[in-house]
Design a binder for this molecule. Structure first.
Ligand SMILES: O=P(O)(O)OP(=O)(O)OP(=O)(O)OC[C@H]1O[C@@H](n2cnc3c(O)ncnc32)[C@H](O)[C@@H]1O
Length: 180
């Protein structure tokens, strides 16, 4: 079975390989159709869905989209279209979130991975409009940590890594397509 993943990030391909164990997984470069740094659950899910739909074709059985975002998890979540200086609603505590979408060309299902709170100095830079990957690299002195253990690895003390966390999102989305 062939499966496409709408990203050239190797940890995303690795996450898909963990769930579609015997499949040949191919990375495809597609536009997410959302900001480089999605803000809020809705924008993050839309990015995942776009990546899945845009990487699907007649040559694959399934296509997967994965998107990382940051979100204020309070009930009054602000949309990505809120004014620039109020994107996080003034609520302290931004979280890294991750969502997957899986399509078989007819149906599309979504699922999420774990969330982890970002420390305040990191959140402040996100509020300033930066992307999480480069902000983490600056703070930690790493090089492209988003392609390795990721924020989830850093903030869980290595108990999780980004590939493991993304695989949970893929499994939650794909499970419905396997079962029905
Ligand atoms: O090549 P693509 O598929 O775009 O992969 P990406 O990791 O750069 O992009 P995402 O759209 O999934 O994530 C949006 C931003 O959030 C960053 N990000 C997401 N999850 C992260 C993590 O666990 N650790 C570090 N950065 C992360 C990522 O580097 C981007 O700057």
């Amino acid at each position: 079975m062939d499966v496409a993943v709408g990203s050239e990030n190797p940890v995303k391909r690795g996450a898909v390989e963990r769930v579609f164990e015997s499949a040949r997984v191919e990375s495809r470069r597609v536009e997410s159709g959302v900001s480089e740094q999605p803000v809020g659950r809705t924008e993050t899910i839309v990015g995942a869905r776009n990546r899945a739909q845009r990487s699907f074709g007649p040559d694959v059985a399934f296509a997967v989209g994965l998107e990382g975002g940051v979100a204020d998890l309070s009930d009054g979540e602000r949309s990505a279209n809120a004014p620039e200086d109020d994107r996080f609603g003034g609520v302290e505590g931004l979280f890294l979130i991750m969502w997957a979408a899986v399509t078989d060309g007819k149906r599309i299902e979504i699922g999420s991975g774990p969330s982890v709170r970002l420390p305040d100095p990191i959140s402040m830079e996100m509020i300033g409009g930066r992307e999480l990957g480069p902000v983490l690299d600056d703070h930690l002195g790493t090089d492209r940590i988003a392609r390795e253990q990721g924020a989830i690895g850093v903030f869980t003390g290595g108990r999780l890594d980004r590939e493991t966390a993304l695989a949970q999102a893929v499994a939650c989305a794909a499970g419905h397509l396997f079962r029905d």
